[in-house]
Write a protein that binds this ligand. Sequence first.
Ligand SMILES: NC(=O)c1ccc[n+]([C@@H]2O[C@H](COP(=O)([O-])OP(=O)(O)OC[C@H]3O[C@@H](n4cnc5c(N)ncnc54)[C@H](OP(=O)(O)O)[C@@H]3O)[C@@H](O)[C@H]2O)c1
Length: 297
Amino acid sequence: MAETKHTTKSFKLNTGASIPAVGLGTWQSKPNEVSKAVEAALRAGYRHIDTAAAYGNEKEVGEGIKASGVPREDIWLTTKLNNPDHKCVPEAIDDSLKNLGTSYVDLYLMHWPCSLNPDTKQAYDDWDFVDTWRELQKLVDTGKVKNIGVSNFGIKNLEKLLNAPSTKIVPAANQIELHPANPSPKLVAYNSSKGIHSSGYSPLGSSDSPLYKNETILALAEAKKRTPQQVLLVWGVQKGWSVLPKSVTESRIKANWDLDGWGLTEEEVAKIDAIPDRFKVCTDDWLPINVFFGDDE
Ligand SMILES: NC(=O)c1ccc[n+]([C@@H]2O[C@H](COP(=O)([O-])OP(=O)(O)OC[C@H]3O[C@@H](n4cnc5c(N)ncnc54)[C@H](OP(=O)(O)O)[C@@H]3O)[C@@H](O)[C@H]2O)c1
């Protein structure tokens, strides 16, 4: 059995910083839900919150942090650069910090490898994610961001980024969709081989998750006297990535944090690994360019 203190576990990044293994996700939360969720999570013991400019809730996240009474420096706070802001990185981080009510974030991610002209809604011809990364690198010396990383990067785009002459900093993390129906072993292995931490989004399979009806997950949950969600989260942490379960429901926020003192055996992890179902919560259909090339299988 692997170690069983999942909530206090953290993963070391290539910068030397440690990212807590379990964080609260905040995507698709309705207005006025997030600040209470963040407060409840921090009071329950969470020390890692994931937000993004695109979620439109950074202000509420900041309010939740303040209301919790937990000191800012005890919290790992991640936010993300929105696609239409790729050409104005300095202004975008200042807006995020203002909204969050903090002087720094622990992790600033390029949300998608797609710069978007806000007027035409098309990708810029004269600017791509390599240019954006060049700008993000400049933020590190300002103290406004402790670590920089990317999100939704597959192997092809990571190769391009890492091989670019202007890339001096290897991303500290790549936040990607990770659950048993999108386990992306090749991409996770590629991230690791480059010293990039994988952070798993939609770890429960997102809203109305089909995974809650998956026979393997249900059988394991029953055998371990745990919820399917707890099994999914512990599987992710034991696989070696951080997990970002979202909930605005206090009882679920607490249950999703009840992960200590038990774990999955290697055989149980292997059973989940063998789930054949496949689905993706976040596709690139809504973007003007493809960013996924099937290179994460
Ligand atoms: N980088 C990216 O592009 C990207 C993309 C997607 C997500 N993310 C991040 O990852 C986070 C998590 O992903 P996600 O929001 O897609 O989905 P998720 O965390 O996999 O699932 C969230 C859904 O599960 C429900 N839920 C949570 N705990 C539960 C429990 N114990 N029992 C039953 N239902 C439960 C939530 O409902 P209630 O809230 O109603 O309780 C919500 O509908 C996001 O919030 C965001 O921070 C990042």
